[in-house]
Design a protein around this ligand. Structure first.
Ligand SMILES: [Zn+2]
Length: 75
């Protein structure tokens, strides 16, 4: 994760750790760098962080658990 290439860098606080949940949320809100990066698919259909079954929306998969740190990521 390199903040130099992140489109949210002007909106993001310097206190935010690169790769943290807040970082990911900021990236999502500001278009982020992910649109240019092929998402990495995790194997299986269960969340690797909490074990919940993944929810598929179109071509993207998200964790259905609202408490999971993985819920905003396309896995
Ligand atoms: Zn999860």
């Amino acid at each position: 994760m390199d903040c130099y290439y992140c489109s949210a860098k002007n909106e993001c606080s310097e206190a935010v750790q690169p790769g943290s949940v807040v970082c990911l949320i900021n990236q999502l809100h500001h278009g982020g760098t992910k649109a240019n990066v092929q998402p990495i698919r995790q194997p299986g259909e269960f969340c690797q962080f909490c074990g919940q079954k993944l929810k598929t929306i179109g071509r993207q998969r998200f964790c259905a658990n609202p408490c999971c740190i993985n819920r905003f990521r396309d896995v």
